[in-house]
Design a protein around this ligand. Structure first.
Ligand SMILES: [Zn+2]
Length: 173
């Protein structure tokens, strides 16, 4: 969380993974033209791959659809978790900003939730009940329009437990 004294250490581990495009356990991050998100746990000494448990297509009542990848919360242990946004998620406009459900990890783990994309790495935090922030860790600053989209997402998360509130069907591969 924002007041966690270990926060800067976790941030530095994620910054290093973004810079090297590789987790410290040796796992390559593929942020290119693939639709597969990767999960990782952040420890005080590095970043460790966390395997997905299921992937498929998510079809939502607002007409949007996107790839989804899920894992077990317990796989992160007591550590902050993170995931990647490869540019190949063509169904999604949000490769370099949080996705509509990306407040959930911060809500569920009660810790900082990290995202690594091609252009930047950022942290999603719930600093007070229902109050979300998105903080740049590395890479390009958010543009004005990206900031506006992120602000809208954060308001929705505050109303829907870290999600978008849109009903979605999950169709596994
Ligand atoms: Zn995401």
């Amino acid at each position: 969380m924002p007041d966690d004294p270990k926060g800067p250490i976790y941030d530095a581990q994620v910054r290093q993974a973004w810079t090297r495009q590789k987790l410290s356990d040796g796992t390559m991050l593929n942020l290119g033209n693939v639709d597969r998100e990767q999960f990782f746990a952040v420890t005080l000494t590095g970043t460790v791959a966390v395997n997905e448990t299921q992937s498929g297509w998510q079809r939502c009542s607002d007409g949007s659809e996107r790839r989804y990848t899920i894992t077990k919360l317990t796989a992160f242990g007591a550590n902050p978790g993170g995931h990647t946004h490869p540019i190949g998620r063509m169904s999604d406009i949000v490769a370099d900003i949080p996705g509509p459900e990306d407040g959930r990890m911060a809500t569920l783990t009660k810790q900082t939730a990290y995202v690594i994309s091609r252009r930047r790495a950022f942290a999603i935090e719930q600093s007070a009940p229902g109050f979300f922030t998105t903080r740049l860790i590395a890479g390009a600053k958010f543009s004005k329009s990206e900031q506006a989209t992120v602000a809208r997402q954060q308001v929705r998360w505050s109303q829907h437990g870290g999600g978008s509130g849109v009903q979605c069907q999950f169709v596994p591969d």
